[in-house]
Design a protein around this ligand. Structure first.
Ligand code: HEC
Length: 463
């Protein structure tokens, strides 16, 4: 799976931003539907078992409605779950190339597990239908003049069917929970650059508190999406066929309990997630987006409350849209965190991109004039930088040591300055060629006498 990372090519800055945008768009469709699918599978299986044990046909009906709605047709899971889960693998592969992050492999595993889960859940859904048909058939035979042998046969077959039906349901549930774990962990492994190094296998994830917060966020999200989805589909979508009182009561009761639980847990979990984010992933935008998300959750709760007081179907539609929007914001927020975490990485990648372009130009015979480090310093940098004192920009002796001699990282900054220290204005891009950046950085390092010039840089001629 790491093959994917080597296949990826270094993106330019614009390309990089586009990737993050794609990631955000993907999570907008993915979160609400996946949450519903997870919750619906769980409760369908639970009510199915409970219904059989207590012989309560309403429970069985709820179990059937839940899985029937989540897997209404094949297009729904394909476009809202599989395709997004598949695309995110490529987004991560591009964003995280050249890092040690295992997020790509985790996202791949999540996708495969999701595929298996869906296969089982479909089998679960269809064996429901098969069960009904078999029962109907055996009733007809019993009433008519079917031989007792055939009836026995069918009953036998019917029992077999129930057994495999429950097995499909259980396996589907296990795989979808595993898929949730892997997908949640791929986000954790990606959104924090410390984790690129810290997490080198799945086992490392278990000691990370972020992992648990993330997982429970998914679960709380699933509970809310299931509650709101149920209300919406059974009361608004199918409003032409109103449910009988007793069943309506059961559905409403379960939904409202799920929504209340979710709305109590989600804001707390989002907040907790914040505390665990490292400084470099944090930003004002992140707070604003998450705050808006939490506000929308409460608005959605308002609609559910209105509905609980006076069951008007259109309240459920409003609740659903507002809730889906809140989830979309949380999804977009992951991308903001990822963006913050990968700023340095973006600069590095686009530096490689420039380098490759330059290489190509050189091979084609375009040779530009390359200035020496000292020329560049005197001509460009000294207007704002001195070595030992701050001017418009910081003194080199204060900022260079934090790069610990990694020439490539300094070059990446110089070629594509990003906002670093709030005490300074942003540095304007100096429009240097990679080879020029190489000379100026060597010059600075030489003059500061750090001596350590790590040359992880691909062959750039030393000037
Ligand atoms: C117009 C003014 C200006 C010019 C010209 C300029 N810089 Fe800067 N530079 C800044 C400012 C302002 C900052 C602080 C930016 C920040 O913290 O966001 C900075 C920061 C830096 C940093 C530190 C980044 C960090 O990690 O905090 C380096 C290294 C640097 N510049 C190198 C250069 C080099 C090399 C040149 C010449 C090719 C140059 N700068 C030209 C204004 C300038």
């Amino acid at each position: 799976m790491d093959v994917l990372k080597t296949l990826a090519f270094p993106p330019s800055v614009e390309h990089y931003h586009l990737l993050l945008l794609i990631g955000a768009l993907i999570s907008i469709v993915f979160y609400p539907y996946f949450g519903f699918l997870l919750g619906a599978s769980f409760f369908s299986y639970r009510y199915e078992k409970k219904g059989r044990k207590e012989g309560n046909p309403l429970y069985l009906r709820l179990a059937k409605d839940l899985i029937g709605t989540a897997l209404y047709n094949k297009t729904l899971p394909t476009f809202l779950a599989l395709l997004p889960a598949f695309s995110i693998i490529f987004v991560y592969a591009q964003l995280l190339q050249t890092t040690d992050s295992i997020a790509v492999s985790l996202a791949c595993s999540g996708f495969v597990l999701l595929l298996i889960a869906l296969a089982f859940l479909y089998a679960y859904k269809y064996t429901f239908r098969l069960g009904d048909i078999l029962e109907g058939y055996s009733d007809v035979l019993k009433k008519g003049k079917g031989s007792s042998d055939t009836i026995l046969d069918i009953e036998h077959y019917s029992e077999d069917n129930v057994r495999s039906h429950l097995r499909f349901g259980r396996n589907g549930l296990i795989f979808i929970l595993l898929a949730t774990f892997f997908m949640a962990s791929s986000i954790v492994a990606a959104a924090d650059s410390d984790n690129w190094i810290r997490v080198s296998s799945v086992l490392d994830l278990f000691i990370l508190p972020d992992m648990y917060v993330r997982f429970f966020q998914f679960i709380a999200l699933a509970a809310g999406a299931t509650g709101i989805g149920l209300l919406f589909f059974l009361f608004w979508w199918k409003k032409e066929q109103p449910l009988e009182d007793e069943y309506a009561h059961l559905v409403r009761d379960l939904s409202i309990r799920l929504i209340v639980g979710s709305l109590l847990a989600l804001p707390a979990l989002v907040l907790l997630g914040f505390f665990l984010l490292p400084g470099q992933s944090m930003s004002g935008t992140l707070f604003a987006v998450a705050g808006l998300g939490v506000a929308l959750l409460f608005l959605s709760a308002q609609f559910v409350y209105a509905y609980a007081k006076e069951p008007q179907p259109h309240h459920t539609a409003s609740a659903l849209f507002v809730f889906a929007f809140a989830l979309a914001l949380f999804g977009a927020n992951d991308q903001v965190a990822l963006y913050n975490a990968t700023k340095g990485q973006a600069a590095l990648l686009s530096y490689r991109h420039d380098l490759e372009t330059e290489d190509l130009r050189a091979k084609l015979g375009f040779v530009g004039v390359v200035l020496t480090g000292e020329d560049i310093y005197n001509g460009r940098c000294s207007a704002c930088h001195l070595f030992d004192q701050k001017k418009i920009g910081p003194a080199y002796k204060d900022v260079i040591p934090k790069y610990a001699g990694s020439k490539e990282k300094i070059m990446a900054f110089v070629l594509n300055p990003v906002k670093m220290n709030p005490a300074f204005p942003p540095m304007p891009n100096q429009g240097l060629k990679p080879a020029e950046a190489d000379s100026i950085v060597c010059y600075i390092l030489r003059r500061l006498g750090t001596g350590i010039v790590k040359s992880s840089t691909p062959a750039v001629t030393q000037k």
